[in-house]
Design a protein around this ligand. Structure first.
Ligand code: NAD
Length: 424
C-alpha cells in the first residue's frame, strides 16, 4: 500500500468536509467525472423537522429531527436513525454519504441516507421515547418507503424504536409494511443474525486481511475498543476463531492482559453489570488512551468516531486496524497510518456486515419467507469476502490505501448507476 495523503480540514470542523476530503482524493485518483463528483458532493435531499412531544410532566418539549438522503443511484436509500445530543445537520449528512459508499462497497442495491433526533435517550422515559419515535415516523411519512427510503437502528436506538416507527407507518399506510424499516425484533419480521452482523463483518474482514498479510490466527493478539453491539460481538467472534483478545474497553473502563482475556467471562460480567465493563476482574485496568496504543497485532476501534488522531497514530503498535465504528480515524491520522505501513480496513467496508444483513431482512420481508441463522450467516460471509476482495484489488490497482481503495470501489459502482440511469 502506498502513502497517498489526504489533505483535509481538522476533523472537528465538519464531519461532512472529512468525507469530501476522502471522496476528492479517490475521485482524482480514479479520474471520476466532474459531474458525478459534483452530484456526490451534494446530498439529494435534507429534511429537518421539529417534533413537539408531550413529556411525562404534561409539558411540551420540542425536539429537532433530521433525515438526509445522500444518493439513490443504486436503489432506495438506506441508513440508520441516531438518538444523541450531538446529532446535527452536518453529522447526519456525513453519515448519509458514508451509507452511500458503504452500500456500494458491499454490493447492495441501495443508496445512502441517515437520520437522527437531537436528544439524550438515557434521560427520557420509555413512554417519552415512544411518543418521540412515533412523532418522528409520522413527520417522515413522505420520506420513508419500502422502495424509497429504509431506516434502521443506529447509536441510541434499537429494535424497540423500529417497532414503534413501523407501527406508526403501518397506521398511516393502512397495511403492514415490514420492509420499510430494518433492525426490527425477529418476532415482527426482523432477521435472525442481524444483532451480531456488524461484529461478524468485522471478524470476516479481519480474517481476510490477516490472510493477505500472512498473519496466523493462533499467533495474533487483538485489542477491541467498545463493548456494545459491534465491539462485544466482534471480540466474541474473533476469540472463537482463536485470536487472543488482549485488550477491551468501553466508556467506563479499559483492560489489558497479555495472556489473553476470557471474553466469555467479560460478556457475562457486562450482561450482569448494566452492560458496562467497570469492575471486571479478568485483566489489569489501564487508561482509555493507553488501550489504543497497547501492544497488539490487530486493533478494532468499535466505539465512536475520531479516536485515532494525529496525536496517538504515531504510537499505535498494531499492524492491522479494522474499523468497527463509523469514522474512528481522523483524516489527519490517515497519512501517519499509511506511512507506518499499517493496513487499515476502513469503516465503509469493515462495518458493512450490519447493513448487509439489514438488506437480507428487507429481502425476506418482501418475499415473506424467512431464513435460518446459518443461511443468513453463510450469505453474509460470501458477500463480505467479495467486498473485501474488490477493495483489496482496487487498493492494489491504484497503489493506494484500503480506505481510498474502498472509496474507489464504491465510486465506480455509483458512477455506473448515475450514467446508466441518466439521472444527472
Ligand atoms: P453501542 O451503543 O452498542 O456501543 C458503543 C460502545 O462504545 C459501548 O461499549 C460504549 O461504552 C463504548 N464507548 C462509548 N464512548 C466511549 C469512549 N469515550 N471510550 C471508549 N468506549 C466508549 O453502539 P454500537 O452499535 O456498537 O456502535 C458502535 C459504533 O459502530 C458506532 O460508531 C456506530 O455508528 C458503528 N456501527 C454500528 C453498527 C451496528 O449495527 N450497531 C453498524 C455499523 C456501524
Amino acid at each position: 500500500m502506498s502513502t497517498n495523503t489526504v489533505k483535509a480540514p481538522n476533523a472537528h470542523d465538519s464531519m461532512f468536509e472529512a468525507v469530501l476530503a476522502r471522496l476528492d482524493v479517490a475521485a482524482k485518483l480514479m479520474n471520476l467525472s466532474d459531474e458525478v463528483t459534483q452530484i456526490l458532493r451534494n446530498p439529494k435531499k435534507e429534511v429537518k423537522v421539529s417534533l413537539p412531544v408531550v413529556m411525562d410532566n404534561g409539558k411540551i418539549q420540542v425536539f429537532e429531527g433530521y433525515r438526509t438522503i445522500h444518493s439513490t443511484h443504486l436503489g432506495p436509500s438506506k441508513g440508520g436513525i441516531r438518538y444523541a445530543m450531538d446529532v446535527n445537520a452536518d453529522e447526519v449528512k456525513a453519515l448519509a454519504a458514508w451509507m452511500s459508499f458503504k452500500c456500494a462497497v458491499a454490493n447492495l442495491p441501495y443508496g445512502g441516507a441517515k437520520g437522527g433526533i437531537k436528544c439524550d435517550p438515557r434521560n427520557l422515559s420509555v413512554n417519552e421515547l415512544e411518543r418521540l419515535s412515533r412523532s418522528y415516523a409520522k413527520a417522515m411519512k413522505d420520506i420513508f418507503g419500502v422502495n424509497k427510503d429504509i431506516p434502521a437502528p443506529d447509536m441510541g436506538t434499537s429494535g424497540r424504536e423500529m417497532a414503534w416507527m413501523l407501527d406508526e407507518f403501518n397506521k398511516i399506510m393502512g397495511e403492514d409494511c415490514p420492509g420499510v424499516i430494518t433492525g426490527k425484533p425477529v418476532a415482527i419480521g426482523g432477521s435472525l443474525g442481524r444483532d451480531a452482523a456488524t461484529g461478524r463483518g468485522v471478524m470476516v474482514n479481519t480474517l481476510a486481511a490477516m490472510k493477505k498479510m500472512g498473519m496466523k490466527v493462533n499467533e495474533v493478539s487483538a485489542v477491541v475498543q467498545g463493548f456494545g453491539n459491534v465491539g462485544s460481538h466482534a471480540a466474541r467472534l474473533l476469540h472463537e476463531k482463536g485470536i487472543k483478545i488482549v485488550g477491551i474497553g468501553d466508556h467506563t473502563a479499559s483492560f489489558y492482559n497479555e495472556k489473553g482475556i476470557d471474553i466469555k467471562a467479560a460478556l457475562e460480567f457486562a450482561a450482569k453489570n448494566n452492560r458496562v465493563l467497570k469492575g471486571f476482574k479478568g485483566a489489569t485496568e489501564i487508561s482509555a488512551d493507553q488501550l489504543l496504543i497497547s501492544k497488539c497485532d490487530v486493533l478494532v476501534p468499535a466505539a465512536l468516531q475520531n479516536v485515532i488522531t494525529e496525536e496517538n497514530a504515531p504510537k499505535i503498535q498494531a499492524k492491522l486496524i479494522v474499523e468497527g465504528a463509523n469514522g474512528p480515524t481522523t483524516p489527519e491520522a490517515d497519512p501517519i497510518i499509511n506511512e507506518k505501513k499499517i493496513v487499515c480496513v476502513p469503516d465503509i467496508l469493515a462495518n458493512s456486515g450490519g447493513v448487509t444483513v439489514s438488506y437480507f431482512e428487507w429481502v425476506q420481508n418482501k418475499a415473506g419467507y424467512y431464513w435460518s441463522e446459518d443461511e443468513v450467516n453463510a450469505k453474509h460471509d460470501i458477500k463480505m469476502e467479495l467486498a473485501f476482495e474488490q477493495v483489496w484489488n482496487s487498493a492494489s490497482t491504484y497503489k493506494t490505501s484500503m480506505r481510498i481503495g474502498a472509496y474507489i470501489s464504491a465510486l465506480q459502482k455509483i458512477e455506473q448507476g448515475v450514467k446508466l440511469k441518466g439521472s444527472f
